[in-house]
Design a protein around this ligand. Structure first.
Ligand SMILES: C[S@@+](CC[C@H](N)C(=O)[O-])C[C@H]1O[C@@H](n2cnc3c(N)ncnc32)[C@H](O)[C@@H]1O
Length: 260
């Protein structure tokens, strides 16, 4: 099983450092850690609607998995060998489903902690199944994407990683909760194949600056200067829509993994 000890340890903080304003509820990705990591998400309880639950019951066993400690057999799960892209924090699946449809030759794995969002993603997939462009190349993982990268993805196995509108955690005292910090860039860079791409979009100007500086400092990444192996076309999600409404600029940051 792949391990990146320095990264793993960097991710840990003492309980005392936890933000006590958040309720920590049991999560499939928290496992038996002695010291829970400061996570980039706020635990939200969310009941599924009846139709969502029905879709979940029909589709989860085939299309979804809880995050765990085992390396993913990606080819086995998709039933084929193809370039693999991981989307972190896929929300309700707007981008994941549209991009899976646009790139049928890619295996797309969407990771999200919010169960109603995952249920909506399953519903979106289900709605395509009777159309001319059924989505058969999207799988979903429920849990913390950092755990996914650490435990479930082998080094140099991803063609792309997408992070669209990561929670900005704007208060300085919450910056430690931001997903895109040096250790996450190092982890993502390690899991990308040489030539693979990290695509980030954010509407938060200050976070965008921090992301750019941190990404540029990661030695295995460089601003993309070759033809991308994955599409950069994104549909507009509700987060982007809101950002446009208040006049925010969307920053698109794209790096490639060196060594191709
Ligand atoms: C601001 S929303 C953006 C959702 C989606 N990308 C979009 O553009 O509509 C950020 C999402 O990331 C998820 N998230 C945050 N940290 C995460 C993590 N470590 N692992 C998985 N999902 C995470 C949150 O639950 C939330 O749904």
């Amino acid at each position: 099983m792949p391990r990146t000890p320095a990264i793993r340890d960097n991710g840990r903080v003492n309980e005392a450092d936890q933000d006590t304003t958040d309720t920590l509820e049991p999560s499939p990705s928290r496992g038996n850690r002695l010291y829970p990591r400061v996570t980039s998400f706020r635990s939200r309880r969310g009941a599924l609607t009846e139709p969502q639950q029905e879709t979940w019951d029909r589709r989860w066993a085939h299309l979804g998995r809880d995050v765990g400690d085992e390396l993913l057999d990606i080819d086995g799960w998709f039933g084929r060998h193809a370039p693999t892209v991981l989307e972190i924090g896929s929300g309700t699946g707007t981008a994941a489903v549209a991009m899976a449809q646009a790139e049928p030759h890619v295996n797309l794995i969407a990771v999200e902690v919010y169960r109603p969002g995952l249920a909506q993603t399953l519903q979106r997939i289900e709605r395509t199944l009777d159309t001319d462009a059924p989505v058969t190349n999207l799988r979903i993982l429920r849990g913390d994407a950092v755990d996914v990268l650490e435990h479930m993805i082998a080094p140099e196995s991803l063609t792309g990683v997408r992070v669209f509108f990561p929670d900005p955690w704007p208060k300085a005292r919450h910056h430690k909760r931001r997903l895109l910090q040096a250790r996450t860039f190092a982890l993502i860079a390690n899991r990308l194949k040489p030539g693979g791409v990290l695509h980030v979009a954010t509407d938060h100007a200050e976070y965008a600056e921090a992301i750019e500086v941190t990404g540029n400092a990661e030695p295995l990444l460089t601003p993309l200067n070759w033809s991308s192996p994955i599409s950069h076309e994104r549909p507009v999600t509700k987060f982007e829509d809101k950002a446009h409404q208040v006049g925010s600029t969307i920053a698109e940051l794209i790096w490639g993994k060196i060594g191709a």
